[in-house]
Design a protein around this ligand. Structure first.
Ligand code: MTE
Length: 332
């Protein structure tokens, strides 16, 4: 993956929801309702003041209404949120291009309504479902997670979604199913960079089924209390907070249950550099750079904002047991 050091300068003359988050939190703190880094936002914040063009074009009304009913969650990271401007303009989405700014600049070409997800493979309930069918039974919630890219930058992001485990249960995987595979849309008209061979399209990711059932694994439909901007993987993406960001596949159109480990995009592209497991691990360096520390965005050349990387991105308590008998140097 390309490493770029950009001067992140999220200057916005507009009031952003992120500003509102902070103002609102400061207010509650001053009133003595919350301690540092505790509560996530109150409902009043739900109507975003600032909307990107991509989001305006993409979010259907029913989804906005569903998002408005979401449950609020505590900020268990206790860390400052990365501003919305950084989350939505510093992206990796190679279907739009290789530069961090390409996805936000080109995302208008992605049309997420209508959207379907096909479920196939080793499960009892297969079929093609509209996004609305996929989301209908699930209550949405805000989840604030650290997000660590293999390129050694990180963010703290308030995603919005529902547990992947709840989705999986609906399709009734068969006992032979040991893995789950996710596949991104292929459409050169909507994803201009799919006309090149930058990656072997479609982008494919996967998890062992027990990993996918872990309560931290999230299907995300939004960020910062609003639907996902296209550049962040609208309308449906995976978030696996204890793994490097490339596992968190965007714009999913297919889910497949398999008996064998799926071939995943980056592990196929450069098998010595990117593994299937990709658990965040400061003790195992990437062959070309250290993974011991990370730049927390927003960062700049003058303020790189380095901090130590935590094992499993700080989620050891919740996930380390799944890898108890594995050599994490071999299964990187
Ligand atoms: N999913 C698809 N389909 N295509 C991609 O290029 N990039 C991955 C992941 N999911 C990628 C993808 C990488 S490398 C990262 S770090 C995260 O998306 C970035 O997510 P973000 O842009 O929302 O921060």
């Amino acid at each position: 993956m390309l490493i770029k050091h950009s001067s992140e300068s999220p200057l916005s003359s507009e009031i952003t929801p992120e500003t509102i988050y902070h103002q609102r939190r400061d207010l509650l703190k001053s009133l003595g309702y919350i301690g540092v880094g505790s509560l996530l936002l109150p409902q009043a914040y739900a109507a975003p003041v600032y909307q990107s063009a991509a989001e305006r074009a993409n979010a259907p009304v029913w989804l906005k209404q569903k998002i408005a009913t979401r449950k609020l969650q505590a900020n268990s990271t206790g860390e400052e949120l990365t501003p919305y401007d950084s989350v939505s303009t510093y992206n990796n989405f190679y279907e739009f291009g290789l530069d961090k700014s390409d996805p936000a600049e080109k995302a208008d070409s992605l049309k997420t309504e209508p959207w379907t997800v096909t479920v196939e493979g080793l499960c009892n309930k297969t079929g093609t479902f509209t996004l609305e069918d996929i989301l209908k039974p699930h209550a949405l919630e805000d989840r604030i997670y650290r997000f660590r890219c293999v390129e050694a930058w990180s963010m703290v992001v308030p995603w919005l979604g529902f547990p992947l485990a709840d989705l999986i249960k609906r399709f009734e995987p068969k006992t032979e199913a040991k893995y789950i595979e996710f596949i991104t849309l292929v459409d050169k008209k909507q994803f201009p960079n799919q006309s090149t061979r930058a990656l072997d399209w479609p982008y494919v990711e996967g998890l062992r089924l027990d990993e996918a059932m872990n309560p931290l694994a999230l299907m995300a439909v939004g960020v910062y209390g609003r639907s996902l901007p296209a550049q962040n993987g609208a309308p449906l993406r995976l978030i696996v907070p204890w793994k490097y960001g490339f596992k968190s596949i965007k714009s999913i159109v297919k889910i497949r249950f398999t008996a064998t480990q799926p071939k995943t995009t980056w592990a196929m592209m450069a098998p010595r550099e990117y593994g299937f497991y990709a658990n965040v691990n400061p003790a195992v360096d990437h062959p070309r750079w250290s993974q011991a520390r990370e730049r927390r965005l927003p960062a700049s050349i003058f303020n790189p904002n380095w901090r130590p990387t935590l094992a499993f991105n700080g989620y050891s308590k919740e996930v380390a047991a799944m890898y108890r008998n594995m050599d994490l140097r071999q299964y990187f």
